[in-house]
Design a protein around this ligand. Structure first.
Ligand code: ZN
Length: 193
């Protein structure tokens, strides 16, 4: 009987620990929106021993090479997505995977859209994490993933001379609650007493 009781308490403690951690950090799926605020795809982030894997599936882009990077703020305000800020760079390095003083932790290789405008690739962010860490994509409020109109040259400051920002997805723990999907919603409902 004693054994059952202690087994039960171990089970309960385990369950409550799982309950406390609550938030599901990996895999984490985010929606990606274009400049018209239409959802054009998803990015799925999975923590792995060697970094964070990103499964990027997007359509409706122009055929050809596009720069893509993790940006420092989880804000995707169309059409310019300037709200996403600069590249995710907690180690204060320079931009570019080909730069000897680089790269930003958020820098990724270029991705290619096929003739139908679709991207379906797996990428790896070798230094990043999803769990709590200085290198976590979810630190503070989170970050974002941004796709550019043209290819990143891997060298030019501050962001590889890759043209306009054409698509953006927020990387946050509450990414399911999409404010962007309902642009007519008033900013904040305030109760007046
Ligand atoms: Zn960069």
């Amino acid at each position: 009987m004693k054994i059952y009781v202690s087994l039960m308490s171990v089970l309960l403690i385990t369950l409550s620990l799982i309950g406390c951690s609550g938030e599901k950090r990996s895999p984490l799926e985010t929606s990606i929106y274009n400049a018209d605020n239409d959802k054009i795809g998803t990015a799925t982030f999975t923590e792995q021993p060697e970094g964070v894997q990103i499964k990027l599936k997007v359509e409706g882009l122009e055929q050809g090479m596009h720069g893509v990077a993790i940006h420092e703020f989880p804000k995707c305000e169309a059409p310019e997505f300037k709200s996403a800020g600069n590249h995710f760079n907690p180690l204060s390095k320079e931009h570019g995977l080909m730069n000897p003083q680089g790269a930003h932790a958020g820098d990724l290789p270029n991705v290619e859209a096929d003739p139908s405008g679709m991207i379906d690739v797996k990428l790896m962010l070798p230094e990043a994490k999803l769990k709590e860490d200085q290198m976590s994509l979810l630190r503070k409020e989170g970050t974002s993933i941004v796709i550019q109109s043209g290819p990143d040259d891997g060298m030019s400051q501050p962001a590889g001379n890759s043209g306009e920002r054409v698509a953006c997805g927020k990387i946050t723990l509450d990414a399911d609650q999409d404010e962007t999907s309902d642009p007519t919603e008033p900013d904040k409902k305030q109760k007046k007493n």
